[in-house]
Design a protein around this ligand. Structure first.
Ligand code: PBG
Length: 327
């Protein structure tokens, strides 16, 4: 009887061996939790399409931030939901706007115990829901939007944010934000660039979370899901413009992009496991069709394995807690 001399199964024999040779570990310090804060709320409110995720009041946000720090997450990415919107998204640049106020709240609460980050984009604040200012014919005006982003970056930095996340996919946004921060005395504030961000249908539940007014789509500024090389160009430009980290978004359907970006640059690579990725797993688990915890950790491990060092995920707090029990 011929028999195999080489037996890969020896390294899978029991949990101790598997742990010894595991190539990928997800560390809570690499997980970033997105959080939503809505102006005028007196308590947290559920988001139907994102079970387990909340729209926070200012108070409940502070408490959630403390819990996230206790769980050991590496960062908190803040998104604001204003009561009023206007065509220029002025709530984003107003120091009294909900996102800027929330940054102050969270920084006052947790200080440097985690990295406080903020979405730097106008879509939550505009009445038309686009990520920038509109031209008279309804297109998104790249260069006028850059001026607004510069102002917004400074407002967020003045509020104490540690890292800004320009997510609007305007050409030149990283360079403009970097120069504005430096000129305002905020050279220490880092830029987490949403470098390769696709025009994805996986953002559906997020639009509920921020009550987005968008009618239409973002295909004139976010990337075509069909393209990989274009991502490398976007990433290269962002690094040249001063990005401290670059992000790929969404994550799981774009692991090839994560891997290619990892190979192409030497700055830390982040990936955003977006709302639709999360909601699909939650919905299947609620039906009893998949094992929720195992799928959660498997997706995070896969994103990490593909090369993302930092992962934004709505499961960050829970996953951090589970992972700390595990290792
Ligand atoms: C833009 C922004 C979006 C997300 C993060 N930042 C929405 C969009 O581009 O339409 C989506 C995140 C998610 O789906 O979880 N401010």
């Amino acid at each position: 009887m011929p028999y195999p001399e080489i037996r890969p199964r020896r390294l899978r024999r029991n949990a101790a061996v598997r742990r010894l040779v595991s190539e990928t570990r997800v560390d809570p310090a690499e997980l970033v939790v997105p959080m939503f804060v809505k102006e005028g709320l007196t308590g947290p409110r559920a988001i139907a399409s994102l079970p387990g995720v909340l729209q926070h009041s200012r108070d409940s946000l502070r408490k959630a931030a403390v819990e996230a720090v206790q769980a050991g997450v590496g960062g908190i990415m803040l998104f604001g939901v204003p009561e009023q919107r206007d065509p220029t998204g002025s709530g984003g640049t107003d120091p009294a706007g909900i996102l800027n106020v929330a940054i102050r709240d969270v920084v006052a609460e947790v200080g440097d115990a985690t990295v406080v980050m903020s979405d730097l984009c106008l879509d939550e604040f505009t009445s038309h829901g686009h990520c920038g200012l509109l031209t008279s014919d309804g297109g998104v005006d790249n260069d006028a939007t850059l001026a607004a982003y510069a102002e917004m970056a400074v407002a967020q930095a003045d509020a104490g944010v540690g890292m800004v996340g320009p997510s609007g996919m305007m050409d030149g946004q990283v360079g403009v934000v970097r120069r504005a921060l430096d000129a305002a005395g905020h050279a220490d504030v880092a830029v987490l660039a949403y470098a390769a961000k696709y025009a994805s249908a996986f953002y559906g539940p997020f639009r509920d979370a921020v009550e987005s007014a968008l009618d239409g789509d973002r295909r004139t500024y976010q990337q075509d899901p069909a393209n990989l090389r274009e991502s490398l160009r976007e990433v290269e430009l962002d690094v040249a413009e001063g990005a401290d980290l670059v992000m790929v978004k969404p994550a799981l359907p774009y692991l090839d992009v994560v891997a290619a970006v990892r190979a192409a640059v030497d700055v830390p690579v982040a990936a955003y496991q977006v709302s639709g990725e999360y909601a699909m797993v939650e919905a299947a688990a609620a039906n009893g069709w998949i094992d929720r915890e195992r799928v959660m950790l498997e997706t995070l491990t896969s994103i990490r394995r593909a090369g993302a060092q930092v992962i934004l995920t709505y499961w960050a707090v829970e996953a951090a807690t589970l992972l700390r029990q595990r290792y």
